[in-house]
Design a protein around this ligand. Structure first.
Ligand SMILES: [Zn+2]
Length: 306
């Protein structure tokens, strides 16, 4: 017994010393969606400990502010989310209940990616009455790698701001990421050139930034309004539209029920294509680079006639 006690004392002394040194503590990042978790990991490396609130199989519009998520937000040093009201149904409650003052909106510990990107589909007049979940403009910015590049610049600066003792490490990681990312964008843009002008249908208005980047043409949307389930009559209307304005494929996000897209695929004789939409959405989308490798390859496979 005495021996064991001695051993315990010997081990615990250096442990206490280690715990007392704040320089060893990683910056705790709470990311709302997988793409921002991956980006924070790219830019923070070993300096950050990333916790991602949702998976690629969940609709980011529709998340529950569960106690387990509130607990994670309570311990966060930096919250990284999309913003543009994507998380309006759950994040405000979550942050409020967390009681964590440093991650509240307006604080340096609260980062909204959409704030640094030019938003598309911004409504000229605000109208949530018919269930439109994109009332603050389209929030699905992560489908354009150029938007991710902009977010990376701002997020890198924010990491330096909230963790100033590691400024040079963050700056180095950011320069490294930006270079690799720009090379990848050039590669994807070249590969995807044959997709320019290809007409497509979307199940949800989830890909406007992707289309803006690659020049795909959205001729119809299966949801009558963003977030409103496609009705049988609306699907018929889309089918008629396609008789006059044919499309090459219908696209849906990995987290969505594919039935409306499958219906259109069968009835219009076009391909239904699942896109990962974020990291983890498909086997190929293992990280941010894989997300676009896989997106471009899926689009090319279905959208370009050999
Ligand atoms: Zn949406």
């Amino acid at each position: 017994m005495i021996k064991r006690k001695k051993l315990h004392l010997m081990l615990s002394a250096p442990l206490v010393l280690l715990l007392a040194l704040p320089a060893h503590a990683a910056l705790r990042v709470f990311a709302c969606e997988p793409e921002w978790g991956s980006l924070a990991q790219e830019l923070g490396g070993k300096l950050v400990e990333v916790s991602v609130a949702t998976s690629a199989m969940q609709d980011p519009h529709q998340i529950q502010a569960k106690p387990s998520l509130i607990a994670r937000a309570r311990n966060a040093d930096l919250v990284v989310c999309t913003g543009a009201e994507l998380e309006i149904g759950w994040l405000p409650v979550l942050l409020q209940q967390s009681g964590n003052a440093k991650v509240q909106p307006g604080q340096p510990g609260n980062f909204a990616a959409a704030d640094v990107v030019r938003k598309l589909d911004v409504p000229t007049q605000l109208d949530r009455s018919q269930g439109d979940v994109h009332a603050a403009g389209n929030p699905h910015i992560q489908t354009d790698p150029r938007a991710i590049a902009q977010v990376a610049l701002a997020l890198g600066a924010r990491l330096q701001q909230v963790d100033p003792t590691h400024t040079s490490e963050y700056a180095k990681a950011q320069a490294d990421f930006t270079q690799r990312w720009q090379q990848a964008i050039n590669r994807w843009t070249t590969q995807a050139a044959p997709l320019r002008g290809v007409p497509v249908v979307s199940q949800h208005k989830a890909f406007v930034y992707l289309y803006d980047w690659l020049g795909l043409k959205e001729v119809a949307v299966l949801e009558p309004k963003p977030g409103v389930e496609p009705s049988a009559s609306h699907l018929q209307a889309v089918l008629s539209t396609l008789k006059a304005t044919p499309a090459r494929m219908v696209l849906y996000a990995a987290y969505q029920d594919s039935r409306p897209s499958d219906w259109l695929s069968k009835n219009a004789g076009i391909a239904a294509v699942k896109l990962p939409s974020t990291v983890g959405g498909t086997d190929g989308a293992k990280d941010l680079f894989g997300l676009f490798d896989d997106t471009v390859s899926r689009l090319l496979a279905a959208g370009v006639k050999p």
